[in-house]
Design a protein around this ligand. Structure first.
Ligand SMILES: Cc1cc2nc3c(=O)[nH]c(=O)nc-3n(C[C@H](O)[C@H](O)[C@H](O)COP(=O)(O)OP(=O)(O)OC[C@H]3O[C@@H](n4cnc5c(N)ncnc54)[C@H](O)[C@@H]3O)c2cc1C
Length: 382
């Protein structure tokens, strides 16, 4: 009997987990090894909840992958020896591969005197400053969700959200005005058109020299990418994401697939930005591609269209802007209870799948159209 193909997947986030399950459920002709620094799954979709101290369910990675026949290795990939097709872990162990899936996600940048969304100390700092001032720098979706969550959990806290542009500017006017009204109801003070130049221990400095006094600061601007691929000579873009072809293979090393936040995936409308809604289909697609290659077939091109921009606004409100495939807003949105239910379904569905034995649902793979739900009415909530 021929030896099994060795598939090593780096990163057990949403993407790596989907690729591992997809390959293991499709073929018995591969040894699938999943590598991650911790043995607990990081639910990034709920990171704003964890940040304010909510207790989240603990999902142990070995429990999620062992039933599918995937081997879990707890460790951090320290080096990829692309010429010899092996990965060196931080503990010195070596993993040889025939195909490598690079799914190490992105990291939150750190700044002095400010917390990041995944800082374990942030929740305690909020508790200690329940009647103080929290300044959130950056009103992308993470900044909005964190500000809303903190304002709801600590009604006596003054929450200031600083942004260059309008929060929710990528949404349609109705969803955006719902978002702004909800932030206002929660007492979040929004200052737009400002650029943060420096963060001091108890003040945030703007480009015009103004200093906003604060007790704690949360920085939510941007993500950074590890140098792991670049150091291995694998082609990356300016941000450090692996450059891939239409089938999600590295343009320099076709035996390496890259997916999720760690990959620069081009579509007709531009490069996909880091979201779970694109990461999971990319993981499922890579699983299909690798199993096709193992059967002597060519991988197919990956096609992806966005469907939504989901934003939770505390535990009691949310707004979902449905989109065209290129992420421009469509005429449809959800708000209030319907939006909360939708967002919860989106956030919990990956874990439900990893725990199940079912085939990959088409919702995880057929993301090419980005059509709205025909049961929704125009510009309304249910
Ligand atoms: C607060 C917040 C809310 C969000 N909400 C949404 C949303 O509503 N909808 C949406 O679509 N997207 C959302 N996102 C974005 C989404 O979470 C990411 O796009 C998604 O997690 C990317 O998945 P990934 O598998 O590429 O990376 P990750 O989920 O980050 O997983 C990467 C994994 O790789 C591991 N890793 C890192 N380095 C190494 C290494 N050297 N060796 C081995 N393993 C390594 C990490 O520990 C991690 O477990 C949100 C993000 C945040 C922060």
């Amino acid at each position: 009997m021929d030896p099994k193909h060795r598939i090593v997947i780096l990163g057990a986030g949403y993407t790596g987990m989907m690729a591992a399950h997809g390959i293991a459920r499709r073929t018995r002709n591969a040894d699938v090894t999943l590598v991650n620094p911790t043995d607990v799954f990081n639910e990034r979709l709920r990171q704003h909840q964890a940040a304010v101290g909510q207790q989240l369910a603990v999902h142990r990675i070995p429990d999620l992958v062992a039933p599918a026949g995937v081997t879990f290795v707890q460790g951090r990939a320290a080096q990829i020896d692309a010429a010899n097709r092996s990965v060196v872990l931080a503990d010195g162990n070596n993993l040889g591969y025939d195909y490598l899936v690079y799914a190490i996600g992105s990291a939150t940048p750190r700044s002095e005197h400010a917390f990041a969304i995944d800082d374990p100390e942030f929740a305690q700092a909020l508790r200690d400053n329940a009647e103080g001032v929290l300044t959130v720098c950056g009103a992308g979706l993470t900044g909005i969700e964190a500000a809303a969550e903190a304002a709801e959990a600590y009604p006596k806290m003054r929450v200031i959200l600083l942004s260059r542009g309008e929060p929710g500017s990528m949404m349609g006017s109705k969803a955006r005005s719902y978002l702004m009204n909800t932030l206002d109801r929660l007492g979040v003070e929004i200052r737009t058109g400002v650029t943060v130049t420096r963060i001091h221990p108890h003040a945030v400095e703007l480009d015009d020299g103004e200093r906003i006094p604060t007790d704690i600061t949360l920085c939510t601007t941007g993500v950074v990418h590890a140098r792991l691929a670049a150091e291995a000579g694998i082609a990356v873009d300016d941000a450090g994401r692996v450059t891939v072809d239409a089938a999600l293979r590295s343009v320099s090393h076709p035996e390496v697939f890259a997916i999720g936040d760690a990959a620069a995936i081009r579509q007709a409308y531009g490069t996909i930005h880091g979201t779970c809604q694109s990461a999971i289909p990319a993981g499922a697609h890579t699983a299909e591609s690798i199993t096709r290659i193992l059967r002597g077939k060519d991988p197919r091109p990956f096609r992806f269209g966005y469907i939504h921009q989901p934003v939770s606004l505390g535990r009691k409100d949310a707004v979902i802007q449905f989109t065209n495939p290129d992420d421009t807003p469509s005429r449809w949105y959800l708000k209030g209870r319907a939006a909360i239910a939708y967002k919860e379904a989106v956030s919990s569905s990956p874990l439900k799948f990893y725990r199940s034995k079912s085939p990959i649902p088409s919702a995880f793979t057929k993301r090419t159209g980005g059509r709205h739900n025909p049961t929704l009415s125009k510009g309304s909530s249910r």
